[in-house]
Design a binder for this molecule. Structure first.
Ligand code: ADP
Ligand code: MG
Length: 201
């Protein structure tokens, strides 16, 4: 079973990964965006870590909902509301339990990803974070590590795609040949989850 502390550790590991990879995320956002994805997420996850440390919630839902609210209020740009929605909706699905099963986590993340698709109007193949999140969460029925690997493959597979949503879509065919920054950060989030669930490789 997974308790609030597990989800706090996930958010701390995600914050560390975003910090480590911020320059790369911003570089990916430079040819097909406005070169702010790394700094956007760093600001957001730094605030998430501070909010969770200041007043640690005692349920999984409380942790994810506070993290999601914090991302929405601190991240400028499309990714803030989208990641905020992912975490808030996932948290909501977990209810008020103090401990949740891995099957609960899988179902809740599945609902969270659907909420992201609904908010952004995107589907897999549109060259967005959903190209990592959808295959990643689908692979959760195998393992957390399989989910991280599927998300990483999904992020890599955005390179040949033409963007149909978000800022990159303004470039039309010129968006082809670049990896999507949001799919890349989504793979980092699922890798952080796998690390916390299994211990690092
Ligand atoms: P902005 O595009 O406002 O500068 P960011 O640079 O922080 O915001 O995030 C860009 C990422 O957001 C993209 O790489 C893409 O993965 C994701 N994104 C943008 N629009 C959508 C959407 N409608 N649905 C899903 N993801 C999206
Ligand atoms: Mg950007």
């Amino acid at each position: 079973m997974r308790d609030a502390d597990f989800f706090r550790q996930w958010m701390a590991a995600a914050a560390a990964a975003v910090e480590r990879e911020a320059d790369r995320l911003t570089e990916l956002d430079s040819p097909i965006g406005d070169a702010d994805h790394g700094s956007n997420l760093m600001r957001g996850f730094t605030a998430v870590r501070a909010a969770l440390d200041a007043d640690p919630p005692d349920t999984p839902a409380g942790v994810l909902q506070l993290a999601g609210r914090t991302l929405i209020s601190t991240v400028g740009g499309a990714s803030g509301p989208l990641y905020g929605t992912l975490l808030r909706r996932t948290g909501k699905e977990l209810g008020q339990a103090a401990d949740v099963s891995d099957e609960d986590v899988r179902k809740a993340l599945d609902a969270g990803v659907s909420a992201v698709a609904q908010l952004g109007g995107a589907a897999p193949g549109d060259k967005t974070m959903l190209d990592a999140l959808v295959p990643g969460v689908a692979a959760l029925d195998t393992s957390y590590r399989a989910a991280a690997e599927a998300a990483e493959r999904g992020a890599g597979a955005t390179v040949p795609l033409q963007a149909r949503k978000g800022r990159a879509s303004y470039l039309g065919e010129r968006s082809i040949g670049h990896q999507d920054p949001g799919a890349t950060s989504s793979a980092l989030l699922l890798a952080a989850l796998a690390d916390v669930a299994n211990g690092p490789l």
